[in-house]
Design a protein around this ligand. Structure first.
Ligand code: DLL
Length: 443
């Protein structure tokens, strides 16, 4: 490990980690040292990295400045899959304390591993993220992220414990029971995906419980893209702050970046452990801060699974730090490049639809995008199925649908039809919500 590696988290969990107070210059000098260690560790211990570096004609010693990182090859999900299950591990299996895996809805799942030291640093970073978002030591935390191979449940759990909270490990699903336990156990904070929190709030409303009357006072939400409109929706219904937490299993899990409650302006990347880059996804060139593109991460302290220039497919921009000036922020994720719908040459993300729909008072946040290709036609058709809010008449619903169709055309440029569907008919989230249904004929 590099000599500057983070020790166990700060003794007093209510104060900032010393790393959060570092200057930008200091962060970058630590990054350089940790990057050099990571490249040596990956090259020396993972045959896939050795082969990729050799093919690209680079050696770990070639990294003399942070800019030299651009010389090194990217790592993709396909790379991880090609050595399934454990070929990315850089330490003997006996030193791997835990594995997690991505859900793998398409193809082989990707498997990741952690040494005891990795788990310790992960817990510290989730604790840091939760604290930044307003969670306090001594609080009860209702953890509705799914437990199991998904990193959300156990990752958030360990972080909340590290912060000094009492964790309620409810996991996702069984929503009525969640509502009951929120009433009975009186948690202070809730951790969930934004769409699952929406499901819980709907269940509260159905049970006659006003979310404002519960003990909850903070929500830390992530694992899927969500918009400012959704934040306003959730905060408006709950009467308290909702902050973002970002991460991905290949890079660690939740806690790669976290949003500070005092600024609520996007998540600060914990740059003492991860070096972010934003690239043009087509030319693969590194872009200047402030330019939108695909987020790429290199781990700086991971032992079991060092990850070099991992292409996340998440689209965002890097911005200067605010509440933590030494660390850069990432703007809210617009979406994943694989979640981009292209209809008649125009790109559209579900988050854009969410933002526009939530600005129309009659429309609810429950919607789906349906892609079809009608018989005998060459053009794809995009239909947005959306539910109206309680008490909205059929006439007002139809007018709202027309308005959304119009706004999508003027703001995004996409031609689509908007269909009002029966309330409660669209699938509700119990974790990461699927927004896009591609019903086009295969082949
Ligand atoms: O979703 C880790 C996580 C758990 C993060 C709980 C936050 C809270 P994966 O299953 O590997 O890991 O999925 C990672 O989810 O590449 C993004 O596309 C998306 N994602 C995660 N957090 C956010 C967020 C976890 N805050 C993928 N905003 C990532 C937008 C997010 N997208």
């Amino acid at each position: 490990m590099p000599t500057t590696t983070l020790q166990a988290s700060a003794a007093d969990p209510s104060t900032l980690d010393v790393e959060e107070t570092w200057t930008r210059d200091h962060v970058e000098s630590v990054q350089l040292e940790r990057l050099q260690w990571t490249l040596r560790h990956a090259y020396g211990n993972v045959p896939l990295y050795r082969r990729k570096f050799d093919d690209a004609g680079v050696r770990p010693e070639d990294l003399r400045s942070l800019a030299d990182l651009a010389l090194f090859p990217f790592t993709t999900k396909e790379d991880l899959r090609s050595v399934y299950p454990f070929g990315m591990f850089a330490v003997p299996q006996a030193q791997v304390a835990r594995v997690h895996a991505s859900s793998g809805t398409t193809g082989q799942p990707t498997v990741v591993g952690y040494t005891a030291g990795d788990l310790d640093r992960w817990a510290s970073l989730v604790a840091r993220s939760l604290r930044a978002s307003g969670v306090k030591a001594g609080w009860k935390v209702h953890n509705a992220y799914g437990y199991g191979l998904f990193t959300g449940g156990l990752g958030a759990h360990a972080g909340a414990e590290r912060l000094g909270c009492t964790v309620i490990p409810i996991s996702g699903g069984q929503t009525e029971r969640q509502v009951q336990l929120i009433r009975d156990f009186e948690p202070d904070a809730i951790l969930a995906t934004p769409t699952y929190l929406l499901t819980i709030l709907d269940a509260m409303a159905a049970a006659g419980t006003d979310p404002r009357s519960t003990s909850l006072k903070t929500a830390v939400l992530g694992a899927e893209p969500w918009t400012e409109g959704m934040r306003q929706e959730l905060e408006g219904r709950m009467g308290f702050d909702a902050c973002d937490i970002y991460g991905l299993s290949e890079v660690m899990g939740p806690g790669v970046a976290g949003e500070c409650v005092e600024s609520k302006d996007g998540s600060h990347v914990w740059e003492d452990h991860f070096r972010p880059e934003v690239i043009d996804p087509f030319t693969e060139k590194v872009l200047d801060d402030g330019s939108p593109g695909e987020l790429v991460f290199t781990s700086l302290t991971k032992e079991a699974l060092p990850i070099i220039r991992y292409r996340t497919h998440d689209l965002t921009r890097l911005l200067p730090g605010t509440a933590r000036p030494g660390m850069r922020r990432m703007e809210r994720i617009t979406g994943r490049s694989d979640d981009m719908v292209i209809v008649r040459g125009v790109n559209l993300f579900p988050t854009q639809v969410e933002e526009l729909a939530l600005a129309i008072p009659a429309l609810s946040p429950h919607f789906q995008l349906e892609l079809t290709r009608p018989e005998g036609q060459r053009m794809d058709q995009l239909t947005i199925n959306i539910e109206v809010r309680d008490g909205v008449s059929a006439i007002d619903g139809a007018a709202a649908a027309q308005e959304l169709q119009h706004r999508i055309k003027t703001h995004i440029g996409s031609t689509c039809s908007v269909r009002i569907v029966e309330q409660g008919s669209l699938v509700r989230s119990s974790g990461k919500l699927r927004r896009i249904y591609d019903l086009r004929p295969r082949g």
